[in-house]
Design a protein around this ligand. Sequence first.
Ligand code: BGC
Length: 258
Amino acid sequence: MELLGVDIGGSGIKGAVVDTTTGKLLTERVRIKTPQPSTPQAVAATIKELVETIGYKGPVACGFPARVINGVVLTAANIDKSWVNVHVENMLSKELGTDVYVANDADVAGLAEMCFGAGRNEMGKVLIVTIGTGLGTAMFFRGELLPNFEMGHIILNGDDAERYCSDSAREKLDLKWKEFGKRFNEYLNRIEFLVQPDLFILGGGASKKFDKFSDRLSVGSARVIPAETLNLAGIIGAAMYCERRLNEKVQSKSKSSS
Ligand code: BGC
């Protein structure tokens, strides 16, 4: 299907129309700065602007930087606190005048990475970590997503891990890549102890610089590799999530009519 995927991040809102069978972008990627403060109204207006710029009509899905369950935002670490308890799907559907589906940003990026990227054919326990403004995590087992793992918020050295070793922490603390790598390695080791994945896939902004810090990474038995879809995973995965929700809708309609 050809669907619009939108990646709502702490610093930018990005989108493109994606061919969900190939994972290829069919339009240019459009990026608009995340409004500050990133209130629901301001973010909705930015998404509307993005959809109009692309000239797309049809259902949309967004990766959102928080825990989202049944269309409702439950946390807000890197987005305005007024989002908590907002039914983001209803709200955006109304603002955009089309069906809008929303899920956690790392989860949707994970869908793309597992299908078109470094996670292809990986059937074990895979943890994708997106290293950006926050630390997003997506857990897969036998190729299936176990949604809403928030492993970016474990406590490391007395602080929230994403304040210790996200990409924004690296920038804020002006860490050299090697120092960042050392911190990130502590994080991976802690996670390995807690959930023992077979594979870590590192995505998000910092994954493009994997070579600059990979020599500092040394965990027990898990493999650690960079993502392949890089910063497009959020957009591609959102389009895939849109297809998934559309299919579910069709299935539930056909069940209720039979
Ligand atoms: C949020 C996650 C999100 C991650 C990346 C974290 O602060 O709690 O839900 O996936 O940032 O945006």
